[in-house]
Structures are given as C-alpha cells and as structure tokens.
Design a binder for this molecule. Structure first.
Ligand code: HEC
Length: 254
C-alpha cells in the first residue's frame, strides 16, 4: 500500500520535472484584462485582418461576440464578418479546410477559439513576438517558443523581421524607481523594418491576445462577478442565521 503511494508520488514528481524541462523557453508575460472592451475590439479587428484567412474561431458565434464586446450588429456583419453569406447567428468558421491547410503549410492551421487555454496567454503572446529570420525554414522564419513552426510571420508588415532570436520581455514591466512602464525592444537588430515601433507592435499583440483570452472563456468575467454575488449572499445569510440563533437561544434560556 505504502509502496504504491510512494510510486505514485515519484511518478507525479518525475512527470512535473519532465514538463518543466520541456518548457525551458522563458515566456514574455502579459496580463489579460476582460474589462477593456476597446482592447478586445482592436484584437478582434487584427484577428479578422491577419488570422481569419487561416484560423477559424469555430466554437464562437458572431452574435455572442458582438454582444460581449459591445459591437452593433450592422458593424459586426458589414465590417468584421467578411464571409459573404455569414449570418449573425453563425459560428465563426471562415478558414480553409483542414485538407488544404495540410497541403499548403504541412500542418493544418488549428482552430484558435481555445488556444489561450491550451497554451496559456503568455505563450501566445510570446509566440506572436517570437518570429525571427531563419533561412533554413520554408518561410524564412523560425519562432522562439514554437521551433520550426509551419506558420509564416503574418505580422511582418507591422513588426518587421528580426534578424536574431529576440529576447524575453515583460509586457507589464515597470521601472522600479519611477514606476513608469518599460518598453524595451526584444529584438536587437532588424533584417527588415516594420510599420510599427516595438512598443506599438507589443500593443497590437497585447490586444490580439487579450481578445483570444476572452474567446477561450467568454464567461470569465461573469463567473468572477457571480462569485462575489454568492459570497455577498452567504454573508447576508450568515447575519440572519446568527440573529436567528440568538433569538432561539434567548427563548431557550427562559
Ligand atoms: C497563412 C496561414 C496562416 C495565417 C494567416 C495565420 N496562421 Fe497561425 N498557424 C498557421 C499554421 C499552418 C499553423 C500550424 C503550425 C505548425 O503546426 O507548425 C499555425 C499555428 C498557429 C498557432 C499555434 C497553435 C498551436 O497551439 O499549435 C497560433 C497561436 C497561431 N497560429 C496564431 C495565429 C494568429 C494570432 C494569427 C494572426 C495574427 C495567425 N496565426 C495567422 C497558419 C496561419
């Protein structure tokens, strides 16, 4: 019995160690903010412009996303949903078929509805900032967190192309002396300049990942609010229960 337990503990420790060893790349850090609707709207726009050609959001519907992000129906359907015959209640499936994806890229572009839950927000944030020049790859790029990735650097026009492996950068880092946000450029040398500077590019990627974080768990905000409501309810209940208990015990004493 004891032996079994010890074996189980040893196995779980070993597998944790193995996981930790696998993820030896340091990730850039970002903190999602689901109350920032403007950021998520910007993220959705970037997504539709640069990602939707390959990746669906097949577990979400236009109407739900429009409601949550406070986008009017006509704007959602005329400016954001570009599939000609898409209806407001449709699932956001717009990308190529898996077969085409495999044929064109070697790997089918996965659906991204849940990607921040599978990979974590820090990973996706780092991934979008982690492309760099590597001529041995079919698209001429490699990625710091996804080695030998089959996806081209689709935001190259915005970010430019980093000539060397970019460093780790913390999106929420502040100067310890002044408290000002720090925006150091993760890439020390560019092969090709983009239209944005490093700070502006980080902002675009932040909004994109903030949107994907919402996408993976649209109820996150409501769940948190519900949690507080339940606690408030329990508190009120506790007060009444205490009063009732006092009342009852008072009567018992007589
Ligand atoms: C030209 C098609 C194409 C476009 C456009 C594209 N991707 Fe990809 N993406 C791929 C392919 C192909 C893969 C699979 C790569 C692999 O497995 O090697 C991928 C993989 C990914 C992954 C990794 C998923 C995982 O968990 O393995 C993420 C995250 C991702 N893409 C995000 C994005 C985002 C965000 C955008 C828009 C800014 C975007 N992609 C635009 C083709 C594309």
């Amino acid at each position: 019995m004891i032996k079994n337990i010890l074996t189980a503990i040893a196995i779980s420790l070993l597998s944790t160690a193995a996981l930790a060893a696998g993820g030896n790349v340091q990730l850039d850090h970002m903190k999602p903010d689901m109350s920032d609707k403007v950021s998520m709207q910007e993220g959705l726009r970037t997504y539709m412009d640069y990602c939707a050609a390959c990746h669906s959001l097949g577990f979400a519907r236009y109407n739900r996303v429009a409601r949550d992000l406070e986008i009017p129906e006509d704007i959602m359907m005329s400016q954001i949903a570009f599939a000609q015959d898409a209806k407001f209640g449709d699932l956001m499936k717009f990308a190529m078929t898996e077969k085409d994806g495999k044929a064109w890229f070697g790997a089918a572009p996965p659906d991204l509805t849940m990607v921040t839950r599978v990979r974590g927000v820090d990973w996706v944030y780092s991934y979008m900032r982690g492309f760099y020049k590597d001529d041995s790859r079919p698209y001429g790029v490699n990625n710091t967190v996804f080695k030998d990735v089959g996806m081209p650097h689709v935001l190259i026009g915005l970010q430019g192309l980093c000539a060397v492996k970019p460093d780790h950068v913390d999106h929420n880092a502040v100067d310890p002396l002044t408290g000002d946000a720090l925006h150091s450029d993760a890439c020390s040398s560019y092969k090709q300049e983009g239209s944005l500077n490093a700070h502006e590019y980080d902002e675009v990627v932040y909004n994109l990942v903030n949107f994907l974080n919402y996408m993976a768990e649209p109820y996150q905000q409501e769940r948190k609010i519900l949690g507080w409501k339940v606690l408030a309810f329990l508190l009120v209940l506790f007060v009444f229960a205490t009063l009732l208990q006092r009342e009852l015990f008072k009567d018992l004493k007589h």
